[in-house]
Design a protein around this ligand. Structure first.
Ligand code: NZQ
Ligand code: ZN
Length: 382
């Protein structure tokens, strides 16, 4: 097991009606910026409930944060934070609103051009404190300190420990208003966050492995209920907790981590507008096939413990496990082939050039995914 430190200060407030605890979490006399997306919270009643809970506070609103939050939009909110002297931000939304809020919180106090935080990796030194009300289980942003921000056809990640939300309120009932596409995206994103940390080197980490397998098995068991039963509280609660636990640091302690599926996927989103989770569903199966030698032990374990595949030779078990993963995504309604998105093969060098621009060196837990291998993955994903 690798050495690690774990510090996650986000207070998780989970369950039915927990939005009523919002007031108790907010600092007294704070001037608040209420941040949300394109308006789903106005249709499902969350906006009204939040406003009732903010009645004793002075607050300003900023709506309109788009999926894959855009730098230019977020900078408008930064200017409001500065002119209105905001001292707490409340994000109400999915990963995009929460990521956008992390950027606003960091950029508001930043001296210089805030794009440098993303493009140059300039360290964030302070941030406006913030809390969240999560409306879409997928990214884990509600309990981690990372964010992914877009500008033109660039989509870049950053993070800093001071960007943990102070609290996150998760009421599974809020997910009842999600459309199928957001639900199946959430299941796939959670699945791939787990495999990025689990399907790596085998370095004797049985606790972390079983946490990860617990999340994967829960997703597989609950997916049907999540998709078919539109108001089943229990399956939504299980999905919501899975999504948070998959990327709040816990399953990543002491293990090698990959993240190449995400790094390649982000370029597909930036260049072609493919939904985040859909970009992962296309890349993951091919990446596992190309990397099956270095990931062999974990892939066999995945085949046996997650997909219940009887023990035969390792190649057969691994291929069967990858196929079952593809079938799982496809049955949810999430395509696993690049040709579905009509991206011309001639574009592949453009994709590898973008990866090369954004990441120094090769990708993967062993830094062995160079340009040639990434081209093989894209080819195999076609
Ligand atoms: O904008 P509104 O109107 O709220 O509608 C949203 C949006 O259109 C809608 N929605 C959210 N909650 C809803 C709802 N509709 C009905 N009922 C509800 N309860 O769903 C749409 C998609 O929302 P979005 O926030 O974009 O989705 P998601 O949570 O999947 O976030 C994706 C973003 O997170 C980044 C992705 O790259 C992408 O930009 N990620 C962030 C990570 C992190 N911070 O750790 C890790 C992830 O790997 C990921 O990269
Ligand atoms: Zn993701």
């Amino acid at each position: 097991m690798n050495n690690f430190e774990l510090h996650n200060p986000t207070k998780l407030i989970f369950g039915k009606g927990q939005i009523q605890k919002l007031k108790e979490q907010l600092p007294k006399k704070a001037k608040i910026l209420l941040v949300y997306g394109g308006g789903s919270i106005k249709k499902n009643g969350v906006y009204d409930t939040v406003k009732q809970n903010l009645s004793e506070y002075s607050f300003v609103e900023f709506g309109g944060i788009e999926p894959n939050p855009q730098f230019d939009t977020l900078m408008k909110a930064v200017s409001i934070v500065r002119t209105e002297k905001i001292d707490f931000i409340l994000a109400v939304g999915g990963g995009s609103v929460i990521d956008g809020t992390k950027f606003i919180a960091a950029a508001a106090n930043f001296r210089g051009n805030p794009w440098d935080i993303l493009a140059k990796g300039t360290t964030v030194k302070s941030a406006i404190p913030f809390g969240t009300i999560l409306t879409l289980p997928a990214t884990g942003s509600e309990m981690n300190s990372f964010a992914v921000i877009s500008k033109g056809n660039e989509k870049l990640a950053f993070g800093h420990p001071i960007l943990h939300p102070q609290f996150s309120i998760l009421d599974p009932k809020i997910t009842f208003s999600l459309f199928d596409r957001q639900l199946n995206n959430g299941i796939v994103d959670t699945f791939v966050h787990t495999t990025e940390q689990y399907l790596t080197s085998s370095i004797n980490t049985p606790i972390q492995d079983r946490f990860a397998e617990g999340i994967l098995l829960t997703l597989i068991e609950e997916a049907d209920k999540v998709m078919k039963l539109k108001d089943d509280y229990d399956s939504r609660a299980n999905l919501m907790l899975s999504a948070t636990m998959a990327l709040n640091g816990f399953i990543g302690i002491g293990v090698d981590q990959d993240w190449a599926t995400h790094q390649i996927g982000h370029e597909l989103t930036a260049l072609y507008g493919i939904d985040h989770a859909r970009s992962l569903a296309v890349i993951l199966p091919s990446l596992l096939r190309i990397q099956k030698e270095t990931k062999k032990d974990k892939l066999v374990q995945f085949a046996s413990r997650v997909w219940n595949i009887p023990t035969t030779d390792s190649d057969t078990m691994i291929e069967k496990a990858i196929q079952m993963t593809e079938d799982f995504f496809e049955n949810l309604g999430v395509p696993t082939k690049l040709r579905f998105y009509k991206i011309p093969k001639q574009d592949f060098p453009k994709i590898t050039d973008a990866i090369n621009k954004h990441f120094s060196g090769s990708l993967g837990e062993n830094q062995d995914l160079d340009k040639t291998r990434i081209l093989q993955i894209l080819e195999a994903a076609y």
